[in-house]
Structures are given as C-alpha cells and as structure tokens.
Design a protein around this ligand. Structure first.
Ligand code: ATP
Ligand code: MN
Length: 434
C-alpha cells in the first residue's frame, strides 16, 4: 500500500518496506548515489536514496513511485527519516524545462500558477485556506446558523454601480453578484440566522494589494440583532478561526510568517473606535490624503482608505472596530443611528499591524419609507429593488449582518503582502489566466 510521507515518518516503519507515490521535488545526482526528495499528493516530503545507475532518466517533477526501506538518518531533512530505495517506478518523466525553480520573479510565478501550486509556499496557503473554510463552517454549525446559497446572476447592485460586472443574459443585461446580502436578508424571515460562502465579483479598476475581482465572501445575516451583537459574533468567529487554524496549521503558518505570537496574543473584546475618533487620531498625526491631485489633511466626511487604515492599526496588536461612519460613506441599506443623526449603524473591522479592513457590517434599514428615500437619493432604479422593499412591507424586523473576504482574512493571518497570493488562481484587472 502506498502511504503519504507524514504517515511513513514513524518509528513503527523503521527497517520495514514502505511505498510512496508522488513527484520529484528535489533531485541531487552524485556519482554513486542519487538523492530524490519525493513530494506526495498532500505536499509531504521525504528523502530517498538510490544507486545512481537506477535514476539516470529521472527529472524534476517526474511522477514516480518508490519502494524501499525506511531508515533514520539525522542528515535527512524534515524529521531525519530517509528511504533507502529498492524499486523505482515511473508514471511520467517530466520534461526538463519545468519553469519553477528556487528563485523566480513574482510575475513568472503568477503566469505559472498552475505549476506554482506545487511549491511549499502555495501548498501551505492552500491548506490554510482549507482550514479557514472548514473552521468557519464548523463555527456556524456549532452555533446553529443555517447555511444557504444565493444567486450569482443578479439584477440589482449591492455595493455601488462602479464595480459591477455586466453580462448578457439572453435578451437582458444582468450582473455578477457583489454580495449575497440582499438575498440573505430575504431568508432571515423564514430561516432565522443564515450564512453563506460564495464568490463575489467586483470590477476593481485599480491595482491594489488587497483587491481581487473575484473573492470568496463569507456573509451572515440574522433577525433581531443589535450592532453590538454583530460585533460580538465577529469577535467570536475570528478568535475561533485563529485559535483552530494556529492549532491545525502551525507548521504552515510558521513557514509563511516569521512570528505567530502576534496571532496567539489576539484577545476579545476588540476596541470600538468611533469614526469621529479615528479622524481625530489621523488629524493629530497630520495624516494627509490625495484630493484632486493635491495632498491635504484628512477631515470629517472623508472615507478611510488603505493608507488611513494602515495608520490607524499599525500600533495595534488586536483588531479594532470603526463604528458610526457618516451615512453618505456607506451603501443605501445601512440603518441610520437615531441617537446620532447622519451616522450609520455600521462597523468595519480592521486587522492590526497595518492590515486594515477585513469585515464590514451592521444593521440594515428596516423602515420602508426611509429605505425608499435612500434608494432614490442614491439614484438607484427603485424597480429592481421592489422585492427588497417588500421585505419591509411584510413583517419588517430589525436585522443585520456582516461580510468578510476570506482572502483578506488569510492575507492578515499569513502576513502575505499581496492578496493575489492568498488564492490559488487570482483574478484581477490584469489577470484572468491561468
Ligand atoms: P474596500 O473598502 O476595502 O474596497 P469594501 O468596503 O468595498 O472594501 P465591502 O463591500 O464592505 O468591501 O465587502 C465586505 C468585505 O469583503 C470587505 O470587508 C473585504 O473583506 C471583502 N472585500 C471587498 N472587496 C474585496 C475585493 N475586491 N477583494 C477581496 N476582498 C474584498
Ligand atoms: Mn467595507
């Protein structure tokens, strides 16, 4: 039986015959002996040694099966286990021009992402992604949220028209979904707390290190919640994810970031900072933004961008919530704070050490008159929101939720600079292949 490397690396197999299938990850041919590091189909590796006359045809990334005796050799990498090869079977001899080697430009790696998936770095990222999705689902199951799916092909914008992808749908124009939110809102009336994980699409026209045009969007929505409830749900989910991912993916996190103690130190509750206070802090630091090609000090009413978020979070070791944004900075559905006119009951969570926004959420306007007015004010076509307005006509309830980009979360916990490296096949304005 063919085993994976991690299962083989155990005392009980020492001196016994073992079999591994995989690819030639590293190859060092010497006169007498050849060292082949084989990589299995879960990214585990183990060193094998063969007499060189048996390996003359072997190339990097060839697919092989080896059969040999497991021995302990302290010089062997990854735990000091080595297989003394007896038989070597090949499935395919790889061409010698495998484009990925030790040092490569970011561009070459992106152009060859289908092959770069075999690097230890990408394997680590893929495993952390998988754990993130697994533990998110597990948290929702444990806390009795219902998983749902919403349509991707939609008629109405959620986040503003400038980032909509339009598409021809038989005889009409439709869009790719920017968020499942409006549909999740419709579901809470009969299904209660619901959540979904689906791709969202945004035609982000500028190149940034934190925007993709297609990202994995985790969203939830629940009836009868307060803003504070929504913040607590986020604190719980985030700490649950981080605790479990550190546990399950300790090695992978260590491979990607130099220091995981920062992550271990994360504690709830996260600070709540009002938008007003955030602007004050930035002004105190004379933080400047671009305005019509000129630099000026940030002022009340300006949105927070990647730079201001970096400034606000760079000396924090915990995430922070920015709450109470001016309504004009937020989409039409954000509920106004009746205690504080003009302010939205909305909050963004900013990850610490400069990372910035990873979630956005809050309460949704549940009054039909106000919502109708807001839709008009924003110049949106009321007809396409008719069904959404119905939700306020028939048994409206206070409700809210939030959304988190999985890639933003992973970028933060892995300390990866460019969001393109947090997804296996990134989509941006300048990249749709591979
Ligand atoms: P930003 O201000 O950073 O552009 P946003 O406020 O437009 O983001 P939201 O509409 O609040 O984004 O979306 C909810 C969450 O989805 C964000 O907090 C972020 O985690 C994620 N997200 C949004 N846009 C993108 C994108 N283009 N690429 C990756 N993740 C995204
Ligand atoms: Mn946002």
């Amino acid at each position: 039986m063919s085993l994976r490397c991690n299962d083989i690396k155990s005392f009980e197999y020492i001196g016994k015959r073992v079999k591994v299938r995989g690819w030639v990850h590293r190859l060092r041919k010497q006169k007498e002996n050849t060292f082949i590091v084989i990589r299995d189909d879960r990214g585990g590796i183990i060193q094998t040694i063969f007499p060189s006359e048996k390996t003359s045809h072997i190339t990097l990334e060839s697919s092989i099966e080896i059969n040999g005796l497991l021995q302990k050799d302290t010089r062997a990498p990854e735990g000091g286990y080595e297989i003394k090869g007896i038989d070597l079977k090949t499935f395919n001899i790889a061409q010698v021009d495998f484009p990925i080697g030790q040092y490569q430009s970011a561009e070459l790696l992106l152009n060859n992402r289908h092959l770069a998936l075999r690097t230890r770095r990408m394997i680590a990222i893929a495993k952390i992604r998988s754990s993130t999705m697994k533990f998110a689902r597990q948290w929702f199951i444990e806390n009795n949220w219902m998983e749902v799916t919403a349509p991707i092909i939609v008629k109405s914008a959620v986040e503003g028209g400038s980032t909509l992808f339009k598409l021809r749908y038989f005889d009409e124009d439709v869009y790719l979904s920017q968020s499942a939110q409006l549909y999740l809102e419709a579901m809470i009336f009969s299904l209660g707390p619901v959540w979904s994980l689906a791709p969202s699409f945004r035609a982000e026209k500028s190149r940034t290190i934190r925007h993709l045009t297609e990202f994995s969007h985790l969203e939830l929505e629940a009836p009868w919640v307060s803003l504070e409830d929504i913040l607590r749900i986020q604190e719980q989910l985030i700490s649950y994810l981080i605790g479990n991912i550190i546990n399950e993916r300790f090695e992978e996190l260590n491979l990607l970031r130099s220091d995981i103690s920062e992550l271990k130190g994360i504690q709830t509750p996260f600070d709540r900072i009002s938008y007003e206070k955030a602007i004050e802090i930035l002004q105190r630091n004379e933080f400047r933004i671009e305005d019509n090609g000129k630099k000026r000090i940030i002022q009340w009413g300006d949105d927070l961008n990647i730079d201001s978020e970096r400034e606000l979070t760079k000396s924090h070791s915990n995430p922070i919530f920015i709450i109470g944004y001016p309504l004009e900075l937020k989409p039409f559905y954000v509920k106004e704070d009746v205690q504080c006119h003009g302010r939205g009951l909305a909050a963004d969570m900013l990850a610490p050490q400069g990372f910035g926004e990873i979630t956005s959420g809050g309460l949704r306007e549940d009054d039909i008159m106000t919502l109708t007015r807001r839709i008009k004010q924003e110049g949106l076509d009321a007809a396409t929101y008719q069904w959404y307005l119905d939700l306020r006509k028939y048994g409206s309830v206070p409700h809210g939720g939030f959304g988190m980009g999985i890639e933003r979360f992973i970028r933060w916990i892995t300390n990866i600079e460019d969001i393109k490296d947090t997804v296996l096949f990134p989509r941006t304005i300048s990249r749709v292949s591979p």
